[in-house]
Design a protein. Structure first.
Length: 242
């Protein structure tokens, strides 16, 4: 795994999985044996990534087809994980009035933390979603996107390349400095900069500790009020039509 240049965190995850399998198979694995037999890497940063700028998000969107535009706009304006997108159905979105955000309800079984949460998408993302869905918008059980996570990831990475944004901070970095997960960083950074309560921002993103704090004590109306503080900072420009 070292030779394949996997990240230390990834190697540790694999080692933990193997240890768990052995324990489940009734093979004794003591801490002493692990230390003697397995040399685990020290954790360190193998890639420097960042949040894209507002102009860079626009450049990416302009190089996407309609479906990819809707996917990027959803992530950038909601803080959702890319893996959540293929799991959502039309019924998960409560579409707002024209010019208003839409509420997205993510059921516990679909989330990484296994806790239900709500977030919002911007008016612009809402319009892209409506255009993308077309007649399917009237079918509650229809998936929002027909692609799996890998297909969405690859499509966005190709858009980054077309926008001349698929670059590495350092030549020996494992990953590119911009990738789909960075849209969560974009959302997080701009919401905090707009004065939105940190616990609520983390709650929108589905971070576990925030879902046990101020996020759960806020009503949907209060969450929407907080969300609107950050609207101008995320997706408040017009995207060229598809």
């Amino acid at each position: 795994m070292h030779q394949k240049r996997l990240a230390p965190k990834t190697i540790l995850s694999y080692a933990t999985a193997v240890k768990g399998f052995m324990v489940d198979s009734d093979i004794e694995v003591t801490a002493e044996k692990m230390k003697a037999k397995v040399v685990l890497p020290e954790t360190y940063t193998v890639t420097t990534d960042r949040a894209p700028t507002k102009d860079e998000v626009k450049r990416i969107l302009l190089r996407c087809n309609l479906e990819a535009k809707a996917e990027v706009a959803m992530m950038a304006s909601s803080g959702m994980r890319i893996g959540e997108l293929p799991k959502l159905k039309v019924a998960n979105i409560e579409f707002g009035q024209p010019g208003e955000p839409s509420k997205v309800k993510i059921k516990a079984k679909l989330t990484k933390t296994k806790k239900e949460r709500i977030t919002f998408i911007s008016p612009e993302a809402t319009e892209l979603m409506k255009e993308h869905l077309g007649k399917r918008i009237n079918q509650p059980n229809e998936p929002l996107f027909l692609e799996n996570q890998d297909a969405i990831y690859g499509k966005i990475m190709r858009a980054l390349k077309k926008a001349d944004l698929r670059k590495k901070s350092e030549g020996d970095d494992v990953h590119y400095e911009l990738h789909p997960h960075c849209f969560r960083k974009y959302f997080h950074t701009n919401m905090l900069a707009s004065g939105v309560d940190r616990g609520i921002v983390e709650g929108f993103e589905g971070h576990k500790f925030a879902l046990d704090s101020s996020y759960l004590r806020a009503t949907d109306e209060q969450l929407l009020e907080q969300y609107k503080k950050g609207l101008d900072a995320i997706l408040s420009y017009r995207i060229m039509p598809h």
